[in-house]
Design a protein around this ligand. Structure first.
Ligand code: ZN
Length: 225
């Protein structure tokens, strides 16, 4: 059920179990090698989920009822992009550790939505992860079991990468107004969990109309590059 590190306020460590065969244990260790694991700590803890929970309990705490994975997971993956660009992973192995999760987040959009639309079976989702992300089969099976299970709403897995793309776009729009990225990060953390379109309305000082709620739009130019 939990092939890789997960977390929130604390981090959970995945490891081989006695019930696994020796080959399955090797696959489990390969999927949690040091540089893969290193690239999950900032996602789960700081500046990711631990910081989000810390801030959300102090600012706009009533908004926890609007909790959306596009804000929750999007923010953690947004930081994966920033840290990668800033040289946080230094060796080729560490950069690969970052990029394997990035590939996984793209794959999640495709296989989870196709599963929920009835276009892919769980076995096809596993094959898709093995073929396109390079996961070992036992880890891909556990990941699909977790991803499409009842504990996550249907859009959850797509929200990691889509939410990150929204926040990267929103930061560009914010910085284009002349404000620094630093205050963007403070503002996002002090607004707590909101749909990114509402977050945009707040940080860009847009007027919200009751009959015309904010809708998220990507810039066309982002996709023509
Ligand atoms: Zn996460």
């Amino acid at each position: 059920m939990n092939p890789f590190f997960t977390g929130g306020e604390v981090i959970s460590v995945s490891f081989p179990t006695r019930q696994m065969t020796a080959e399955q244990q090797r696959q489990s260790l390969r999927g949690n090698n040091v540089t893969f694991a290193k690239a999950t700590v900032h996602h789960e803890l700081i500046p990711g989920h631990h910081l989000q929970a810390f801030q959300s309990s102090r600012y706009q705490s009533h908004r926890s009822q609007f909790m959306t994975p596009f804000w929750l997971e999007g923010w953690a993956v947004y930081w994966e992009f920033l840290l990668y660009e800033d040289g946080f992973p230094q060796s080729p192995e560490e950069r690969l550790g970052f990029l394997v999760w990035r590939a996984h987040r793209y794959a999640r959009i495709i296989f989870s939505l196709r599963f929920h639309l009835g276009q892919m079976s769980p076995d096809q989702c596993v094959d898709f992860l093995v073929d396109n992300v390079g996961f070992d089969r036992i880890n891909a099976e556990a990941e699909v079991r977790r991803s499409v299970g009842p504990s996550y709403p249907p859009l959850y897995q797509a929200a990691y990468m889509v939410g990150a793309m929204q926040l990267l776009t929103l930061k560009d729009r914010y910085v284009a107004t002349g404000k620094p990225a630093k205050t963007f990060h403070d503002e996002v953390m002090q607004q707590s969990s909101l749909p990114i379109s509402l977050l945009e309305a707040i940080v860009l000082d847009q007027t919200i109309q009751q009959d015309n709620p904010p809708l998220w739009r990507f810039d066309e130019s982002q996709f023509s590059q």
